[in-house]
Design a protein around this ligand. Structure first.
Ligand SMILES: Cc1cc2nc3c(=O)[nH]c(=O)nc-3n(C[C@H](O)[C@H](O)[C@H](O)COP(=O)(O)OP(=O)(O)OC[C@H]3O[C@@H](n4cnc5c(N)ncnc54)[C@H](O)[C@@H]3O)c2cc1C
Length: 338
């Protein structure tokens, strides 16, 4: 029988990351008991997040040095936790903090690692599912080597639901953290504006290059487009995606939205986000873009062109309409709802 360890950092506010509960749900499908492990300056609040999820024990490394992500200290903490658990399977959510250290942890443990896992399967032994070649090929993998370290992609598995009740017992683990040579003095975000990428949002709004093109009156209206998009994001809590053409315009010296960077790009050479619903606006719906919509379950698009890519089986609903007018109306409706 496998010894399964679910390991995660705690969030900056001390809470358990939602992605950790998703990885826990994935790990539980293997049918063996799951021990949890947390690291951070204090794990008390995060451990409470496991109440009612079937986790009986939480191993913990607590140290002030773990308040900020740092490769040397994070890797040492996770390695100590995995050794203390004697884990044969080490499952972690693929947050940027865990993704940065888990390959190194696997090497320190003498194990093997697989990343971008979307499903764990119990087939008499553990198997994992992941996608290759920009989500075009789905593969199922098994490995003989142990420990086997698995990074589970956020958004792939519904999260385990905690309930009110007692937190699992916390057992402290000693870890020899190296003396930190780096100090985090602040954060610089890649885009100058507000945070527009929200992986947990229910809706993805995609903005295409049409927002910056000449409109029926012969002029482009990028400022109005910017205001419409931002109002929708603020009122709906949606995440913002973009086509490649729109984010590439910055490189050509054209007007591009302040709050948008290449990190927003969805598609073959961009991201493949996971949201229940998506709305594409002023975006043509070409294959290299739509391939990034693979995991968006309900797709709608607004485009002036009835022959655009979305009309060819790529969207569930295409509104042949002016996105400026549609979003104006949608924002007004959202305003009344609030
Ligand atoms: C190797 C390769 C990789 C690529 N990778 C990606 C990728 O990862 N992601 C990606 O997005 N693209 C990618 N592309 C580019 C892709 O093929 C398209 O060129 C790009 O997606 C087009 O962006 P767009 O639809 O925003 O712009 P356009 O093609 O310019 O379309 C603009 C659309 O806006 C509509 N429009 C204009 N005004 C309005 C209005 N008022 N109301 C409603 N609609 C309006 C127009 O009808 C038009 O359909 C890749 C291409 C290649 C070759």
């Amino acid at each position: 029988m496998e010894t399964i360890l679910l390991v995660s950092h705690v969030d900056p506010d001390g809470a358990l990351p939602r992605a950790a509960l998703e990885s826990l749900a994935a790990a539980r499908t293997l049918g063996a008991p799951v021990t949890a492990a947390l690291f951070g300056p204090s794990v008390e609040r995060a451990a409470q997040g496991f109440a009612g999820t079937g986790v009986s024990k939480v191993l913990a490394v607590e140290d002030g040095a773990l308040a900020t992500p740092r490769y040397a200290t994070d890797a040492a903490a996770v390695t100590a936790l995995a050794k203390a658990a004697g884990a044969s399977l080490v499952v972690a959510p693929a947050t940027s903090r865990m993704a940065r250290v888990m390959a190194g942890v696997s090497a320190r443990l003498g194990g093997r690692i697989d990343t971008h896992v979307t499903q764990l399967l119990n087939e008499g032994g553990p198997a994992v599912v992941r996608w290759y070649y920009r989500q075009r090929i789905e593969a199922k993998l098994r490995r003989k080597e142990r420990p086997w370290v698995l990074l589970v992609d956020p958004g792939a598995v519904p999260a385990a639901a905690p309930s009110a009740g007692a937190a699992p017992a916390v057992e402290k683990v000693a870890a020899a953290l190296p003396t930190a040579r780096t100090e985090v003095t602040g954060t610089r975000a890649p885009s100058s504006g507000e945070q527009t990428i929200r992986p947990d949002a229910k809706v993805l709004l995609v903005a295409g290059a049409g927002w910056t093109k000449k409109q029926a009156d012969g002029a482009a209206h990028p400022e109005r487009a910017e205001a419409l998009i931002l109002s929708f994001l603020r009122a709906s809590g949606a995440s913002l995606g973009s086509s490649k053409s729109l984010v590439d315009q910055a490189g050509e010296g054209q007007k591009v939205f302040e709050f948008m960077s290449h990190l927003n790009q969805v598609g073959q050479t961009g991201a493949t986000p996971r949201h229940p619903k998506g709305l594409a606006t002023c975006c043509h719906g070409e294959e290299p873009h739509v391939v990034g919509w693979r995991f968006i379950r309900e797709r709608r698009a607004v485009n002036l062109d009835p022959g655009c890519g979305w009309a060819r089986g790529k969207a569930d609903v295409l509104y042949v309409a002016d996105a400026f007018a549609v979003m104006e109306k949608v924002n007004a409706l959202l305003g009344t709802k609030r």
